[in-house]
Design a protein around this ligand. Structure first.
Ligand code: SAH
Length: 209
């Protein structure tokens, strides 16, 4: 999977490839899908959620570029797969999920992998994690029509926010970077399809269009 689906498509950072290699994807998916664990596709979780395609996880990780001393916020824990990879690369990872059942399962996986630098919370991740801010990196694994203001506000100088921006069906993976002087710049990195970030600050679950 690492060689054929990830390195062959241009993700060459050795630390990132190492972190993915050390994180067994089959531990993060429902048993009935384990035969597909290393296939080049997203897989279903409970509640209509999905674990991203391995290449997309690698691409988002490389756009986030977590350093060893970085503090990272991961929005949309889901299976915990992306969180576990980030925990191998950064100093501390804070992860927020809205579905309690998913978070409980993810926490058991972190324990099984002896990952002790992960803090978890059930909340609306569009609000970020104010008491742990600022973050050097924020990764959002759910789509929003625009970057939620609290997340931009919680970026440290030099910090990166990686988030799919667009409609419910299709989005552009987008990187927002806070410059040392505080200015914000953004660039896009290709088309993706993520589940919606359900929040009054993104796709409001109360007012479904
Ligand atoms: N990174 C995950 C994939 C997550 S799919 C993995 O590696 O498996 C997107 C996740 O975002 C879902 O679990 C969904 O429940 C969660 N989510 C959606 N809206 C959210 C919100 N406002 N706050 C926190 N989590 C949210």
């Amino acid at each position: 999977m690492v060689r054929e689906q990830i390195a062959a498509r241009g993700i060459r950072n050795r630390r990132i490839l190492w972190a993915i290699d050390r994180t067994p994807r089959e531990w993060f998916i429902p048993d009935e899908w384990s035969a597909e664990a290393y296939a080049d596709e997203p897989l279903p979780l409970i509640g209509g959620q999905t674990i991203s395609q391995p290449y997309v996880v690698a691409l988002m990780t490389s756009l986030l570029a977590p350093g060893r001393r970085d503090r990272v916020l991961d929005v949309g824990t889901g299976s915990g797969y992306q969180t576990a990879i980030l925990a191998r690369l950064a100093a501390e990872v804070y992860t927020v999920e809205r579905i309690p059942e998913l978070l409980v399962t993810a926490e058991a996986r972190f324990a099984r992998l002896s990952l002790t630098n992960i803090q978890t919370r059930i909340a609306d991740g569009a609000l970020g994690w104010a008491d742990a801010a600022p973050f050097d990196g924020i990764l959002v694994a759910a789509a929003a029509p625009r970057p939620p203001a609290p997340l931009l506000g919680q970026l440290a100088p030099g910090g990166r926010l990686v988030i799919p921006i667009g409609g419910r069906a299709e989005q552009e993976l987008t990187v927002f970077r806070r410059g040392a002087g505080g200015a914000l710049e953004s660039r896009t990195a290709g088309g993706v399809r993520f589940v919606p970030l359900l929040s009054p600050l993104a796709f409001d679950p109360e007012t479904r269009p």
